[in-house]
Design a protein around this ligand. Structure first.
Ligand SMILES: Cc1cc2nc3c(=O)[nH]c(=O)nc-3n(C[C@H](O)[C@H](O)[C@H](O)COP(=O)(O)OP(=O)(O)OC[C@H]3O[C@@H](n4cnc5c(N)ncnc54)[C@H](O)[C@@H]3O)c2cc1C
Length: 499
C-alpha cells in the first residue's frame, strides 16, 4: 500500500507518525508539504486524550515536554461567559464522588437545596490544584482521585517532533506545491499529486491534511460542507504570542469579550493568545485593539488574522481519500477539541484500515461516526454561548435568543428536569464536563434523582465535606506548576521555563 499525505501541519505529521508506527511492513508513506504555504500555526491547547496518542507512539514525556516547550493543563477557565466578573472552570477529572447508584451531581443538587453545597470547585481536585497553580502526576494521599491532565504546547514544535519520529521510521517527505490532483477517469479515485509542474507522486490512498484549503476532499472531490455558523457565529481569529507574564497557570483561559472570546495559553517560552470573534459584530481594528490591550506581556509578533467557516465536511472519507484536521471541518478552540479530532479520526481509520479498495460499508460507518462525534462537540460549544446572562450586548443577546439543535435542547431539558446527564455512545464530553458547564453557565436543574434522599443528611454532609477536605489536603502537598515543569526539564534540559 502506498499512502500519500498531502500537508505537513499537525494533522499531516500526526497521521504520518501513526501510520509509520502501526502500518504493516511493506507500506510506503509519503508526505508532501509546502514551505511557501506554511501551516496555520495555532493549536496549542489539548485535552487529556492526547496521552493516548503520544503513548501509542511511545513518546517519552520529558523529551516531549522539552521539545515542544510544553506546560501542563488541568482544565479551562471560562471567564465572563455567564456574566462579566464571574468565572468557572471546566476542569478535567472527577467532581466529588459517586455514591451508590447515583453520580455526584444529584447529591450536590440536594445539598444545594438544603443550603450547604459549596461551589463545584471545592469538590474538584483539578480545579483546586489549578487555582493554586499546582501540579502533580501521581496522587499522594491514599484514596485521592486521579488528576488527569493535558498539555499546552507549541504546535510547530510538536509537528517537528513528530516529523523526526516519522522520518526515523521511513516516512519520505517532499517539499513542494501541489498544483494538480489527478483522478482516474472511470472510478474518480485520486491517482497522484502533481508538484511544481515536474514531480508526480502516485499513491493508493490519500490523506487530505492541507488545512482550510481542503485541496483534495473539497477542491477536488467536492464532498460538500455543512455550515454551522447559525449557531457558532464567530468567523475570524487574531493570534499573537506575547512574552511570559502573569500567573504560570496550569490551565487555559477563555475570556468572553464583546463579540467572541480571547484565549490565553501559557508555554515555557511565551504565552499564546488569540481573539475569536464575529466579524459582523466587531471590526478587525477593534479586535486587534481588544487583543493587544489584554496581554500579560509584550507582543512578540504582529497579530495574525485567520478566517474560518465553522462546520464539517459532509463526507470525511470518500473513495481513496480521507480528510484529517482543518480540511475535515472547523470547531472553534474553546474546548481544545481539534487536535483530539485529528487523533480520533486517525484511530478510527486504523480500526477499519483497508487492505485494498475501501469497502463502502466501512466508509459509511466511518462517516456516520465522525458526523456524530462532531455534532455532539458542536452542541457542547453552543451551550457555552447560548446560556449567557450578558444582557444588553448585541452579540450575546443574539446567541441567547437563537434556536438550538434538537439534540442540545434535549440535553438541557433532561438536566433541568432532574439533574440527569447522559453521555451518548462515544460522545467526547463526559457527564462531568456537561455538569460543570451547565452549572457554570447558570442553567438551573429543577430537581434531582430522589434516590439521593435515601442518604441521611449527616452522611450527605460527610460526603461533601470529607471529599473537600481530602482534596484540599492533596493539593497542599503538591509542588507548584512552575516547580513541576522545572523538575521535569532538569532530567533532560537545565534551561527552560520562566523565572
Ligand atoms: C484560531 C485557531 C485556534 C486553534 N486553537 C486550537 C487549540 O487550542 N487546540 C486544538 O486542538 N486545536 C486548535 N486549533 C486547530 C488546530 O490549529 C488544527 O487542528 C491543527 O493545527 C491542524 O491543522 P492542519 O494540519 O489541518 O492544517 P495546517 O496547519 O494549515 O497545515 C496544512 C498543511 O498543508 C500544506 N498545504 C496546503 N496546501 C498545499 C499545497 N497546495 N501544496 C502543498 N502543501 C500544501 C501546508 O503547507 C501545511 O503543511 C485552532 C485553529 C484555529 C484556526
Amino acid at each position: 500500500m502506498r499512502y500519500i499525505i498531502a500537508g505537513g501541519g499537525t494533522a499531516g505529521w500526526m497521521a504520518a507518525a501513526a501510520l509509520a508506527r502501526f502500518a504493516p511492513p511493506g507500506t510506503e508513506i509519503t508526505l508532501v508539504e509546502s514551505d511557501a504555504i506554511g501551516t496555520v500555526g495555532v493549536g496549542e491547547a489539548t485535552i487529556p486524550q492526547i496521552h493516548l496518542f503520544n503513548g501509542a507512539l511511545g513518546l517519552d514525556e520529558a523529551e516531549f515536554v522539552r521539545e515542544t516547550k510544553a506546560t501542563f493543563k488541568l482544565g479551562i477557565e471560562f471567564d465572563g461567559w455567564l456574566r462579566e466578573g464571574e468565572a468557572y472552570m471546566h476542569a478535567f477529572g472527577a467532581i466529588g464522588r459517586r455514591a451508590g447508584l447515583l453520580p455526584f451531581q444529584h447529591y450536590w443538587l440536594r445539598a444545594k437545596q438544603l443550603g450547604f453545597a459549596k461551589p463545584l470547585m471545592r469538590y474538584s481536585l483539578n480545579e483546586l490544584a489549578a487555582r493554586t497553580l499546582c501540579m502533580q502526576r501521581r496522587r499522594r494521599a491514599p484514596g485521592a482521585p486521579e488528576m488527569p491532565y493535558a498539555y499546552h504546547f507549541d504546535a510547530g514544535l510538536y509537528a517537528a517532533h513528530l516529523r523526526r519520529f516519522a522520518e526515523a521510521r521511513g516516512v519520505v517527505r517532499h517539499e513542494g506545491l501541489i498544483e494538480n490532483v489527478a483522478r482516474d477517469g472511470e472510478s474518480g479515485a485520486i491517482t497522484s499529486l502533481q508538484l511544481d509542474g515536474e514531480r508526480t507522486i502516485e499513491g493508493d490512498f490519500f490523506f487530505d491534511c492541507t488545512g482550510f484549503r481542503a485541496l483534495l476532499i473539497g477542491q477536488t472531490l467536492d464532498t460538500g460542507y455543512e455550515d454551522w455558523t447559525r449557531w457558532l457565529r464567530c468567523d475570524r481569529a487574531l493570534a499573537v504570542p506575547c512574552a511570559n507574564g502573569g500567573d504560570f497557570t496550569p490551565y487555559t483561559r477563555a475570556i468572553a469579550r464583546k463579540a467572541g472570546w480571547q484565549w490565553r495559553i501559557p508555554l515555557q517560552h511565551r504565552i499564546g493568545n488569540g481573539l475569536v470573534y464575529s466579524s459582523a459584530h466587531l471590526s478587525d481594528d477593534e479586535a486587534a485593539e481588544t487583543l493587544l490591550g489584554n496581554l500579560d506581556g509584550a507582543p512578540l509578533a504582529d497579530p495574525r488574522p485567520i478566517g474560518f467557516t465553522t462546520g464539517v465536511r459532509r463526507e470525511m472519507w470518500r473513495g481513496n481519500c480521507l480528510a484529517i484536521g482543518l480540511s475535515a471541518g472547523f470547531l472553534e478552540p474553546m474546548e481544545s477539541t481539534s487536535i483530539h479530532l485529528i487523533q480520533s479520526t486517525i484511530s478510527r481509520f486504523l480500526s477499519v484500515l483497508p487492505s485494498g479498495k475501501p469497502d463502502p460499508a466501512l466508509v459509511d460507518w466511518f462517516n456516520a461516526q465522525c458526523a456524530f462525534e462532531w455534532a455532539r462537540i458542536r452542541d457542547f460549544l453552543i451551550l457555552h454561548y447560548h446560556a449567557n446572562a450578558r444582557e444588553g450586548e448585541v452579540f450575546w443577546d443574539g446567541v441567547r435568543a437563537m434556536d438550538l439543535p434538537d439534540t442540545l435542547n434535549a440535553k438541557i431539558a433532561q438536566w433541568q428536569a432532574s439533574g440527569f446527564i447522559h453521555r451518548e455512545h462515544e460522545e467526547l464530553f463526559t457527564e462531568v464536563g456537561w455538569f460543570q458547564v451547565l452549572v457554570g453557565q447558570g442553567v438551573e436543574a429543577r430537581g434531582y434523582n430522589p434516590l439521593a434522599d435515601a442518604m441521611p443528611e449527616g452522611d450527605l454532609r460527610q460526603l461533601l465535606d470529607g471529599t473537600e477536605a481530602m482534596l484540599v489536603e492533596e493539593v497542599r502537598r503538591m509542588p507548584t506548576h512552575l516547580q513541576f515543569v522545572q523538575t521535569m526539564l532538569k532530567t533532560t534540559n537545565p534551561q527552560g521555563v520562566p523565572a
